[in-house]
Design a protein around this ligand. Structure first.
Ligand code: BGC
Length: 398
């Protein structure tokens, strides 16, 4: 009996050891998988979880690649959604002075809205923001012909700019309200020289600042001018125009354009023109004297190379304030002049003229052909690096 019991005990003991090893193995695997999910919000296609500041959902496919929608959340409860299709900011939910939450950027609820090629709603723009005259420029003895997608000119990177490609997602911890996107723009894409390796880091901080950190390297000299094309309406109501928003821009000069919206090369004083926003003015106050509406680059008064405050927009009704910070020398102020009601929101509301405004930080349009403008040429061995941030707050209720 004693021997049988001993055998049984031994067998049981070994079974237990084996079971424990299996459990250990399982625990190890679970720990490994959790660690992987913990460190990579961007590889974790789950629904939103409470401790996360970045989560993602599947948003379909484009170019046979998966497209996702990422949700960044901060401690104030602001929610920013960004897709890796076009590096697009699709939504920014934020409170007004009464605590009422609304979306302050124009965007769609689904990928199909973007596949229909709207005018760059929230997109990352590249390789070159704004226009290059006739899509032609030269570097040394070589002349380059870019895609002409805006009449005779090249606009926002061409037919398939960075706004229409699927960006790679670089894993970042989901405990951060941050998304890192990467794109390799190959030599010859849309006519540009050189393989351009681009990374954009989007971060929503707890003071309601959405920052864009752009970096790039190239293997051939190429123009680079990256920006974000968010359309803001601080009322959060797309049926309202932005004409009562007040704008201040720290710019003594702007770059006038010809009838094709190509910069003339002149840096004109804003004094005694409708472009003088050195003190805040309602956008609608003088817009009638700007043919077509505002669609102009401002030459920012910079005092340092830092990420400086360059513009402020306020909406008295909602109390919302938008501040723009950048390291860039210029900013395109565009009042949604070409919006004409043909594009509808996901809720079916027609998006009319002047119902949104863009403040696109950038180098000056057509710099590759205006050699007196600050250069946009990036050379092999150099690093392109710019930063822009939009901060939304509410003015104190009086
Ligand atoms: C340009 C406008 C253009 C708009 C949408 C702006 O950056 O300056 O002329 O219509 O983008 O494409």
């Amino acid at each position: 009996m004693a021997a049988i019991n001993f055998k049984k005990i031994t067998n049981l003991y070994f079974l237990k050891v084996i079971n424990n090893m299996k459990k250990l193995q399982q625990a190890f695997l679970v720990a490994l998988v959790s660690l992987f999910f913990l460190i990579s919000c961007n590889n974790n296609p789950t629904t939103e979880q409470s401790m996360k500041k970045c989560s993602q959902t599947s948003w379909g496919t484009a170019d046979n690649k998966p497209v996702n929608l990422f949700t960044l959340t901060n401690s104030k409860g602001d929610i920013v959604k960004i897709s890796n299709y076009g590096g697009t900011v699709t939504s920014w939910l934020t409170a007004d002075k009464n605590g009422k939450i609304a979306d302050v950027v124009v965007g769609f609820d689904s990928l199909s809205g973007y596949l229909a090629k709207p005018p760059y709603f929230g997109s990352t723009i590249g390789r070159y923001g704004n226009r290059i005259a006739k899509g032609i420029f030269s570097i040394d003895t070589a002349t380059y012909h870019l895609a002409t997608n805006n009449g005779a000119n090249h606009l926002h990177g061409g037919n398939k700019g960075f706004d229409k490609v699927v960006w790679d997602v670089v894993p970042t911890p989901d405990s951060l309200a941050s998304l890192t996107l990467h794109y390799l723009s190959v030599d010859g894409e849309e006519g540009y020289p050189g393989n351009l390796d681009v990374t954009v880091v989007f971060t929503l901080s707890d003071d309601n600042t959405l920052s864009f950190d752009y970096s790039a390297t190239t293997d051939k000299t190429t123009p680079v001018n990256l920006t974000n094309h968010s359309y803001f309406n601080l009322t959060g109501d797309i049926t309202q125009t932005i004409l009562n928003h007040r704008l201040q821009v720290h710019a003594d000069k702007f770059t006038p354009v010809d009838t094709g919206l190509i910069t003339t090369g002149v840096l004109q004083d804003v004094k005694e023109t409708p472009f003088d926003f050195l003190q805040p003015h309602a956008i609608g106050e003088r817009i009638a004297s700007v043919p077509g509406g505002y669609d102009h680059n401002f030459v920012l008064n910079r005092t340092t190379a830092d990420n400086e405050l360059v513009a402020t927009v306020t909406d008295a009704v909602s109390g919302r304030v938008l501040e723009v910070f950048t390291t860039e020398p210029g900013m395109q102020f565009y009042t949604g002049n070409f919006l004409d009601g043909t594009i509808k929101t996901s809720q079916g509301i027609a998006i009319q003229q002047h119902t949104a405004l863009c403040l696109e930080t950038q180098h000056f349009p057509d710099s590759p052909n205006k050699l007196a403008f600050p250069t946009t040429l990036l050379k092999p061995g150099e690093k392109y690096h710019t930063v822009t941030a939009y901060k939304v707050s509410v003015a104190s209720v009086k």
